[in-house]
Design a protein around this ligand. Structure first.
Ligand SMILES: Nc1ncnc2c1ncn2[C@@H]1O[C@H](COP(=O)(O)OP(=O)(O)OP(=O)(O)O)[C@@H](O)[C@H]1O
Length: 223
């Protein structure tokens, strides 16, 4: 479960990026986060990963209060959260396989386990036949799917995505969203920040809307 209770975030320059935000995401829920550029979407995701700390209020992830979490527990929190970015942040001097394997290598997983789990993740995103290629040889949509495979390879119970379809055309964007839906159907909690309102509302999930740091709506209807 992810719970924000009256959360505000003020950056060191004084800018208040989130203002008294409250919501609860139940385990297994899929939800979108939308709002204008600068509304606070990335800040909200960063608070869930403890990349930033709330200035006020309570951020709870899996019953842990992130404001009180000691720094040494943060890596464990992050292992439970798969993250997908717009620009994939893939390593172009490594193969697709190696890119997806990276979180498992960092975790110190057994090599035979790594191979099995990387192939399972690549299979889920339909890229099993491209494991030896460099990501640079793949299309934008395929690169994004490598990024998703890397996010799910550790089987995290939570996936956060920040504008995961930002560089993709509408057809590829819909494909990526349906991939997230498939992961959600296996019980993964998913929160996707996107400013693509047509795509967001076409999915029929809950939508949280931020405006100037305030949460101005929480529901299934366009505002
Ligand atoms: N480290 C920081 N220090 C100061 N201000 C910041 C910092 N990070 C973000 N901001 C400001 O906080 C506000 C919210 O930023 P945030 O990145 O959360 O918005 P966003 O909704 O994700 O925007 P976009 O859709 O453009 O990515 C913006 O005004 C931004 O300039």
């Amino acid at each position: 479960m992810i719970r924000f209770d009256n959360v505000s975030k003020r950056y060191e320059n004084g800018h208040e990026a989130l203002k008294q935000v409250s919501f609860t995401l139940m385990p297994g829920e899929m939800c979108f986060l939308t709002g204008h550029s600068g509304a606070g979407k990335s800040t909200l995701l960063k608070l869930i990963m403890r990349m930033e700390k709330a200035t006020q209020g309570l951020v709870m992830v899996h019953d842990r209060n992130l404001s009180q979490m000691a720094d040494r527990h943060v890596p464990h929190l992050r292992r439970n959260i798969g993250v997908v970015f717009q620009n994939h942040q893939l390593l172009f001097d490594r193969s697709v396989f190696d890119n997806v394997a990276l979180p498992l290598v960092i975790e110190g997983a057994d090599p035979s386990d790594i191979a099995r789990r990387v192939r399972a993740a690549l299979d889920k995103v339909g890229l099993l036949n491209k494991e030896k290629l460099s990501p640079i040889m793949l299309s934008g949509g395929e690169q994004q799917r490598v990024g998703i495979a890397r996010a799910v390879v550790t089987r995290p119970p939570i996936i956060l995505a920040d504008e995961p379809t930002g560089n993709l055309d509408p057809k590829l964007s819909a494909e990526v969203m349906h991939l997230f839906r498939q992961f959600n159907e296996t019980g993964v909690t998913i929160l996707i920040a996107s400013h693509d309102l047509d795509l967001v509302y076409s999915m029929g999930n809950r939508v949280l809307t931020l405006k100037d740091g305030f949460m101005i709506s929480d529901g299934n209807n366009a505002v």
